[in-house]
Design a protein around this ligand. Structure first.
Ligand SMILES: Nc1ncnc2c1ncn2[C@@H]1O[C@H](COP(=O)(O)OP(=O)(O)OP(=O)(O)O)[C@@H](O)[C@H]1O
Ligand SMILES: [Mg+2]
Length: 494
């Protein structure tokens, strides 16, 4: 008996739930609210919707959707008939959500029907909006399969924050973006590459179509890759370091180490040492202590110093279309910090030249961390913060990449107007990112916990709208690379 009523109740509820109208209303013509039946719901956050009424058609994007329990009376059920189970209230479930109008005439609408837009409709809208600025095809829309998605190259005149947990595909996707910037624009790029991930940027991957491969080969000569060994060595000269960097390198504090600090100033003033050898071989007898310090700290053994022939990476900063600084090839943390600081400091010093350059910092939590572990890193961080705050008007644009948003200096992230967010399982990291970059729709950020490899949310000036995308294939070879997981294979296979 009870069973019968339960069945009856369920059938009634299912019938009522299906009768829910899929309709949307907007009071300002820009944002809308909608309700829809849960069954066959095709309106996920980030997805595209077509809103239609007598006034016309509008393309919208769903920003959030949730399950809601509603009284059946609200959707028009009057409770006629039925056994004991349905004599009381019937609670049914519906989808409710919010979204924005992407294309429409801006007039309010009431009870327009809402349905998932087809990939063709979304593709047509995107194609229509492609303006005169260079488009950077980087992949496809995740929620409109097959529809290519391009970033707006003009959006790179803002700082960009690129984040996602380890293994989410950040470096690979960063490579896709940089390749397109090199192919489609004339923007110069300097890459601080702590993991040696971009060291094969000149080489074309297998399987790339021939026209693209040919264009890449033509570009490759303009890519200068500086690494710890070989001809194009990643090195610099003592004189290229500012006074502050020299003191930081020697761990000299202007107050605690008054005498040695003053001596450093005097040596630099008097003898203007070009190199560390000049510095150590200087004539001033008072410099003995400084020389000792250099040797004790092992600074004279750093491989980063330019020898006679080597052209310093700082000297060639302005020359190459793209300069890759393979920081991962250096032996020590100090050398990494020294080069990063020197590069950022020099670019800042030359700001008056107003030469637009994109400064890419991969693994930014190591280059400009929120808590710098030493004076050299603190100096590099200071330069990065200054560029983040004031560099834009001089054409210094940052692209900061990390898996640890909370470990990167906050004032750098908060200055970013573009976001590329890949998978991020940590709710705390997501909340932090959303708080600093409030232009990214909350409902779409949340989805990042379930992104797969290569999937991302792109938002800000580089995207026509906050879009969920899947990055496409690289043109150039990846460098570095993770350790291959051979150990996971069965012992019988080789
Ligand atoms: N879109 C893609 N298509 C195919 N392979 C990919 C794609 N994106 C990433 N990969 C592969 O997945 C692996 C991890 O990617 P990647 O190194 O870019 O991650 P990451 O987020 O930079 O990680 P980490 O934070 O540890 O540096 C790499 O082996 C890379 O080749
Ligand atoms: Mg990486």
């Amino acid at each position: 008996m009870i069973h019968d009523h339960l069945e009856e109740y369920r059938a009634l509820r299912a019938g009522l739930e299906e009768r829910i109208l899929a309709i949307a209303t907007s009071v300002d013509g820009r944002r809308f609210e909608f309700q829809a039946p849960l069954k066959g719901l095709e309106l996920p956050p980030g997805g595209y919707a077509m809103l239609e009424d007598a006034g016309g058609r509008r393309l919208g994007q769903v920003l959030s959707v949730r399950l809601e329990h509603v009284d059946a009376a609200e959707v028009g059920w009057e409770g006629t008939g039925g056994g004991p189970a349905v004599r009381s209230r019937v609670e049914i479930r519906a989808a409710r959500g919010e979204g924005v109008v992407l294309a429409g005439d801006g007039t309010p609408f009431h009870d327009a029907t809402i349905r998932a837009a087809t990939p063709e409709e979304v593709g047509a809208w995107l194609a229509e909006g492609a303006g005169a600025r260079a488009r950077l095809p980087v992949g496809e829309l995740r929620l409109a399969p097959g529809v290519p998605f391009s970033l707006d190259a003009g959006g790179f005149d803002r700082h960009t924050f690129f984040c996602g947990q380890s293994g989410s595909g950040k470096t690979y996707s960063l490579g896709v973006v940089l390749e397109q910037l090199l192919l489609e624009t004339s923007l110069r790029i300097v890459i601080l590459d702590p993991n040696s991930d971009m060291t094969r940027l000149r080489e074309v991957r297998d399987g790339v179509d021939e026209p693209t491969a040919a264009r890449w080969r033509a570009l490759a000569d303009g890519i200068d890759i500086r690494t710890g060994t070989g001809d194009a060595r990643l090195c610099l000269r003592l004189r290229e370091l500012g006074r502050e960097a020299q003191a930081a390198m020697l761990r000299l504090d202007p107050v605690a180490d008054r005498e040695e600090h003053a001596e450093l100033d005097a040596v630099v003033e008097d003898t203007r040492p070009e190199s560390l050898e000049d510095f150590l071989g200087g004539a001033r007898p008072q410099s003995r202590q400084l020389a000792q310090r250099v040797r004790n700290l092992g600074i004279d053994r750093w491989r980063v110093w330019a020898r006679e022939s080597g052209e310093s990476a700082i000297a060639s900063l302005g020359d190459a279309r793209c300069l890759v600084l393979d920081l991962g090839s250096l032996d020590s943390r100090e050398e990494l910090a020294l080069v990063s600081g020197a590069v950022l400091g020099t670019l800042w010093e030359r700001r008056a030249e107003r030469q637009p350059v994109l400064i890419v910092i991969d693994e930014a939590h190591n280059v400009c961390p929120s808590h710098p572990p030493d004076a050299l890193t603190a100096l590099a961080t200071e330069h990065a913060v200054r560029i983040a705050a004031e560099g834009r008007k001089f054409g210094l644009y940052l692209l900061v990449c990390t898996q640890r948003p909370q470990k990167v200096q906050e004032n750098i992230i908060s200055q970013c107007d573009n976001l590329v967010l890949m998978r991020m399982a940590s709710a705390a990291d997501l909340a932090y990112t959303g708080e600093l970059l409030s232009f990214a729709p909350h409902g779409l950020l949340e989805g990042a916990t379930s992104f797969r490899l290569g999937e991302a949310l792109v938002a800000g000036k580089l995207a026509s709208h906050p879009a969920l995308i899947r990055f496409g294939r690289r043109v150039a070879e990846e460098g570095g690379g993770d350790v291959e997981a051979r150990w996971a294979r069965g012992t019988l296979t080789t």
